[in-house]
Design a protein around this ligand. Structure first.
Ligand SMILES: [Zn+2]
Ligand SMILES: [Zn+2]
Length: 261
């Protein structure tokens, strides 16, 4: 497996996973040009993209979907609840309904090269999802934009070799920052985002020796990569590879049966 955190944070989110033969994209909050040029630069053939999975429909995760659908003619997966509750957003974002595939949480979705199981997240976008998936004998886990950690997430993450976990805000920075109170409440509320504390505790409880963890979706205003890195150094045992993904930057990883990281 070869993967790219193409971009993460409120500026845009997009993750690409490829076995070489088959590729899936999770979230598309970036331009088509960025996807195409970065796939080319990392020697991933864009014609191998089989499907796009969306965590939710906030623009930083979905603003590129309509164009990608038209360019690649690929199915786009969202939860049935998300489709039902967000009709106006789907229309506004010019997402083609014909290409939409809906799922129920816990359902196993097979696309070429990948088995994907969506689970519910807790966010102010109806029908939001996280994903557990497997390909080429390894398991992966991705959970962002959630105020609470859903019960299902623990077992999926424990099984995963590679985890992508939201570490959105530092509690003290949020408390003492300039955001209006209602916005602070939204972020730390049950339909908001995960704090660094939540993310680190979850990582400690779910990662095994040899796993890789990527901390993603850091807030530009209420967090810094240095704070997350310090927590990682203090609290995550050695033997677990950790990467703090800075907002807007690209990160690349590889896994194969014999050669982790
Ligand atoms: Zn969101
Ligand atoms: Zn987001």
């Amino acid at each position: 497996m070869h993967y790219l955190v193409l971009m993460t944070g409120s500026c845009g989110n997009c993750y690409i996973f490829t076995t070489g033969r088959d590729t899936i994209v999770i979230d598309d909050g970036v331009t088509y040009t960025k996807i195409r040029t970065q796939m080319e630069a990392h020697e991933i053939d864009i014609s191998t993209v089989r499907a796009l999975f969306l965590t939710h429909l906030h623009p930083d995760h979905s603003k590129g979907v309509g164009v990608l659908q038209r360019k690649l003619s690929i199915p786009v997966y969202i939860s049935s609840l998300s489709r039902e509750k967000n009709e106006s957003i789907l229309i506004r974002q010019k997402i083609e309904m014909d290409g939409l595939r809906t799922y129920e949480y816990g359902e196993r979705i097979s696309v070429p090269g990948f088995d994907v199981v969506p689970f519910p997240t807790s966010h102010d976008s109806d029908g939001s999802s996280g994903y557990a998936f497997s390909a080429d004998g390894h398991d992966y886990f991705l959970m962002t934009d959630t105020g609470l950690i859903p019960d299902e997430a623990w077992d999926y993450a424990k099984k995963a070799d590679v985890e992508f976990i939201e570490a959105n805000y530092d509690c003290a920075m949020l408390d003492n920052g300039s955001y209006p109170e209602f916005l602070k409440e939204r972020i730390r509320g049950r339909f908001g985002h995960l704090s660094n504390r939540d993310a680190i505790d979850f990582a400690k409880a779910t990662a095994r020796h040899g796993d890789s963890i990527y901390f993603v979706h850091l807030s530009a205003n209420n967090n810094t990569p240095a704070i997350v890195r310090e927590l990682v150094q203090k609290e995550i045992p050695s033997g677990i590879f950790c990467k703090v993904c800075e907002r807007g930057e690209l990160f690349e990883g590889f896994i194969d049966a014999d050669n982790f990281f």
